[in-house]
Structure formats: structure tokens, C-alpha cells
Write a protein that binds this ligand. Structure first.
Ligand code: G6Q
Length: 542
């Protein structure tokens, strides 16, 4: 174990008996543990950390050369070493005139060209100059994509629902389960529907299968000439787009230095831009750009993604935490946990380091969550009294986007703050006993009931708050998480930008599929028995 980790482990044992009740009371706690970018505030005061912890975490960051790795990423070096690629999603939201390079070339002219193409496309949908094959305006846009070509767009589009352009509705189909497309199309009219087929490779089985089914739906209703008016593509692969039958004039490009789960800022975000309007899409890019500057230029002691990433490593390594909950007190962020599951778990769910050696630390957290206050009526019980410590992220906007929200927004805010306080403060046996004594129970009844009402407390959380969840704020929020994940990966020494672990399952599915469509499957004994069973049940026939 390295020196910095040894020091952190030794320090961790000194924190036994230190409580969050005491820590939050310390003078200057807010000075050391509250940070802002513009009006976006990140409150870290409810973390099991003292100023000494932060000093030791900074030593860890220096030992792991986090700043040098960050600088290499911003310089466009091939930090995705196993795929030999840069990770330059920051170029997609570079709102300055500065060039940004990937693999030694300025990528900004290409980025700006695609943005202009997206802008003119959005305008043509919104002003009605792009019409369907029967000259009717487009009213519904369906994004067909999966993984990184779905999760960011659907999360952001849902998050920014109050900004939707009137007259346009956005839909998302990802699952190859035929119900997903069928349920989506059931209320749509082919004449007023446009499909965005979003696939970096344009080779993804699920996306192509759904796109072909959507094309059948359009051509059966409107004839095969209708495809050009009802399909556009977002991809890096023009040949495959052409083979599908989409004119490459109607293709929005991006580049291999944009990882799928980092691609919502690229043309993969076209559905977001169509839904909220191009100006608002640009506002989202600007928010992310602010965080890029903050991450690149701020000393690590006050650098929010660095602090968040280091605290994650602290809990994972020194406190044995295995999962982290994301609890947006905002219904519009209901897809954020799913989005972050991919961002964190696909990026850092790795067991070897960049040099191929086994990691000696736990890596990615299991990330999970639901919007508050719903979660309070289900899994929060475990957060408060379970045997596992789960650090939590609370996210909340001061203002509701909903007109006439009476005092429900205040209730939402009060509940959010109450949960993080309850997790931190807990309730001791003495406090429980004193409360029960006031209820008129006798001593024996109190003795029996009290242990069940004790809350251990000392459970850490981050609170992120901002005036309102507008496009700029969402851009900040997501970029903050992206860089936080980068910092985790840098500390753990892993390649956060590849995803080799998803390949084996894809290959096996290809081997099994024939067995479910009338030919012979290959697989192990269990698979072959289950294939037979499914065929007997008749589930697989189309
Ligand atoms: C993300 C992953 C993965 C990818 C999907 C879709 O980082 O690479 O989730 O986005 O497999 O891939 P395509 O965009 O190529 O269809």
C-alpha cells in the first residue's frame, strides 16, 4: 500500500468516536467544506472528514498524479489507453475561441460545424420548414439509441421538461424488447413523427433492430420514399448510415474521441436540442464549460470534482462502503440515477489498472437512487438504520419550475434537508428513552421499544443546491459528475474510458440467438436447456 493510503488508513482509525454532530459544529466548517461555482453550491460539511483528512486526501491526489492526468486529458492525449483514444468531450462544450486538440489536431472547427448543422435542423423542425412526407409538421421526435446514445439524452430531456418547445414532444426507445417501440408508437402518427437513430457505431444490434422496425412502421403507412423525411442519423459511421437508407446530408457526425457515456454534449444530444431548443442546448453546454474551467484551473484543495472524487475513494477504501445513493429531490431528475449508473459503473467498474495489473482497492460504487421524497417511503429505512453505510448525494433546486406549486416546494426542501440531518445526527438511546418517557409508556415497554428507535447517525452525505434546475445548472451538474468519476479513476489507476466488460455478453447473445429463431444455439448446458424451455413455451417466435 502506498504511503498516502497508509497515512489515510492510520488517520481513519483516529476518527473512531468522532461524530458528524461534532464535526458540523466545528468553527470554520463551512469555510473548509462548502464550495461554489457561480450559484451552484456543494456542501460537504456532512462528511466524515476533518481538515486533516482533506490534507491527506490532497497528498493522495498528488501521489496519484491526478493533476497531471487531468492535464493530459485536457491536452487531448490518448488517456483511453486500451482503445488508443483521447477523451475530449470537453471540446464539445468549449465555449471559448481556444483551440482544443485530440491526437494533435484542433477539433474545434469540426465541433462548430456540427453545432451549426444541429442549430439549422432544430430551427427547421420548430419553424415547420422541415415537414414529413405528407407535408405535415413534425410533432414527435423519437430517439432510437441505447446506452450512451440514450441515457444522457433521456435524462437531460426529462430534467428540462419545463423548457420543452411547444408543439414538439420527445420520446426515447432503447430496449430491443419489442414493447418499448410498440408502446411508444401506439400514440404517434407516422405523418408527424421523426426518428433520430443515434448510434456512434451504427452497428449496435438493439438500435438497428428498433430502427428497422420503425422504418417498417413509416414505410407501411407512407411508402418507402418517406424515409428521408422521417429519419435522421447521429453517428461516426457514414457508410453504415447510408446502408440503412438515410441520406448522409441528414447525418450529424461526431468522433471517436467522444465516449458513448460522455456524448450527450455532441450530436447525440440532438433530441435534447430539438426538445428544448438550440439556445437552451447551448446554455447547457455553457454550464458544463464553466465546470471544465473550474476543474482545469482551480487548485485541488478547492476543486469540487477533485474533492468529490477523493471523498468517494476515501469511503470506498477506508470505510468499506460499496454503494452510493443519488437522491435528487426533483422529479424531473428521475432518470439521473440511471444515467449515473452508467457514467460511474461503466467507467470505473474495472479490476485491472491501466498497466494491466490487478487493482488492490475496491473500484466503482454501486450507484443507485430514486427521487425524494418517494425514496423516504421505501429504502430510506435502510439508509438510516441498516447495517451498511451508504454515502448519499442530495440534490435540490430552491425554486420549483412548476407554477402554482403552493407550499409543496417548501415541503420538498424541508424533507431533503431533514434526511441529510437525520442521517448525520441519528438518535441516541438516551434521546429515544427520553422521548418515549414523555408518551406515558412504562419502563419495561420503553426498554423493549427503545433499541428499535435508535438511529446510529454518522452517515455521510453531500448536498448540492442551486436556484433552479435550468439548462445551465444541469450542464454544471453533469460535468461535475463526469470529472468526479475521472478523479476516482485516476486515483485507482484505471482506464475510465473503455468498457471491455460488456463485450462477452454481446458475443454470447449472438451465439444463442439462432437457437431462438429456428436454428441451433451454442452455449453451456444451462443456456441450452433454457433455450429449449423458452422454445417449448413459444416465447421466441415472432
Ligand atoms: C458507452 C458505451 C455504450 C454505448 C452503447 C451504444 O460509453 O460505449 O453504452 O454508448 O453501446 O453504442 P452505439 O452508440 O455505438 O450504438
Amino acid at each position: 500500500m502506498s504511503r498516502a493510503w497508509n497515512d489515510l488508513h492510520a488517520h481513519r482509525s483516529k476518527l473512531d468516536g468522532v461524530t458528524l454532530r461534532d464535526l458540523v459544529r466545528a468553527p470554520d466548517r463551512a469555510r473548509d467544506f462548502v464550495h461554489t461555482v457561480g450559484d451552484f453550491t456543494v456542501d460537504l460539511t456532512r462528511h466524515l472528514a476533518t481538515p486533516d483528512t482533506l490534507t491527506l486526501l490532497m497528498a493522495l491526489a498528488r501521489e496519484r498524479e491526478v493533476e497531471a492526468m487531468r492535464d493530459a486529458m485536457f491536452a487531448g492525449e490518448p488517456v483511453n489507453t486500451t482503445e488508443g483514444r483521447a477523451a475530449m468531450h470537453m471540446a464539445l462544450r468549449n465555449c471559448s475561441d481556444r483551440p482544443m486538440q485530440a491526437d494533435g489536431q484542433d477539433v474545434m472547427p469540426g465541433v462548430r460545424d456540427v453545432l451549426r448543422h444541429m442549430q439549422s435542423f432544430c430551427k427547421s423542425i420548430h419553424d415547420g420548414s422541415w415537414t414529413g412526407a405528407t407535408d405535415r409538421r413534425i410533432e414527435n421526435v423519437v430517439n432510437i439509441g441505447i446506452g450512451g446514445s440514450d441515457l444522457g439524452p433521456v435524462m437531460a430531456t426529462q430534467a428540462l421538461r419545463p423548457w420543452w418547445t411547444s408543439g414538439i414532444r420527445a420520446h426515447f426507445v432503447s430496449n430491443v424488447d419489442p414493447s418499448h417501440l410498440a408502446d411508444t408508437l401506439s400514440s404517434l402518427d407516422p405523418e408527424t413523427t421523426l426518428f433520430i437513430v443515434a448510434s456512434k457505431t451504427f452497428g449496435t444490434q438493439e438500435t438497428l433492430a428498433n430502427a428497422h422496425a420503425a422504418r417498417r412502421w413509416v414505410t407501411e403507412a407512407l411508402g418507402s420514399d418517406a424515409v428521408s423525411k422521417h429519419f435522421v442519423a447521429v453517428s461516426t459511421n457514414a457508410d453504415r448510415v447510408r446502408d440503412f437508407g438515410i441520406d448522409t446530408e441528414n447525418m450529424f457526425g461526431f468522433w471517436d474521441w467522444v465516449g458513448g457515456r460522455y456524448s450527450m454534449w455532441s450530436a447525440i444530444g440532438l433530441s435534447i436540442a430539438v426538445a428544448i431548443g438550440f439556445d437552451q442546448f447551448e446554455a447547457m453546454l455553457e454550464g458544463a464549460y464553466e465546470i471544465d474551467q473550474h476543474f482545469r484551473d482551480t487548485p485541488i484543495e478547492t476543486n469540487i470534482p477533485v474533492l468529490l472524487g477523493l471523498l468517494d475513494c476515501w469511503y470506498r477504501e477506508c470505510w468499506g462502503c460499496q454503494s452510493r445513493a443519488v437522491l435528487p429531490y426533483d422529479q424531473h431528475l428521475h432518470r439521473l440515477p440511471a444515467y449515473l449508473q452508467q457514467l460511474e459503473m461503466e467507467s470505473n467498474g474495472k479490476h485491472v489498472r491501466i498497466d494491466g495489473t490487478e487493482v488492490t482497492h475496491g473500484t466503482a460504487f454501486v450507484v443507485w437512487g430514486e427521487p425524494g421524497t418517494n425514496g423516504q417511503h421505501s429504502f430510506h429505512q435502510m439508509l438510516h438504520q441498516g447495517t451498511t453505510m451508504v454515502p448519499c448525494d442530495f440534490l435540490v433546486a430552491a425554486q420549483s419550475e412548476c407554477p402554482g406549486s403552493d407550499d409543496r416546494q417548501a415541503m420538498l426542501l424541508a424533507n431533503c434537508l431533514a434526511q441529510s440531518e437525520a442521517l448525520a445526527r441519528g438518535k441516541t438511546l438516551d434521546e429515544v428513552t427520553a422521548d418515549l418517557a414523555k408518551t406515558g409508556l412504562d419502563d419495561e415497554q420503553i426498554r423493549e421499544l427503545a433499541p428499535h428507535k435508535v438511529m446510529p447517525g454518522n452517515r455521510p452525505s453531500t448536498t448540492m443546491l442551486y436556484p433552479r434546475l435550468d439548462p445551465t445548472q444541469l450542464g454544471r451538474l453533469i460535468a461535475l459528475y463526469e470529472h468526479r468519476v475521472f478523479v476516482q479513476g485516476a486515483v485507482w489507476g484505471i482506464d475510465s474510458f473503455d468498457q471491455w466488460g460488456v463485450e462477452l455478453g454481446k458475443t454470447l447473445a449472438g451465439d444463442i440467438l439462432p437457437g431462438l429463431t429456428g436454428d441451433a444455439a451454442s452455449g453451456d448446458e444451462t443456456t441450452l436447456r433454457l433455450v429449449d424451455h423458452l422454445n417449448t413455451l413459444g416465447q421466441s417466435r415472432i
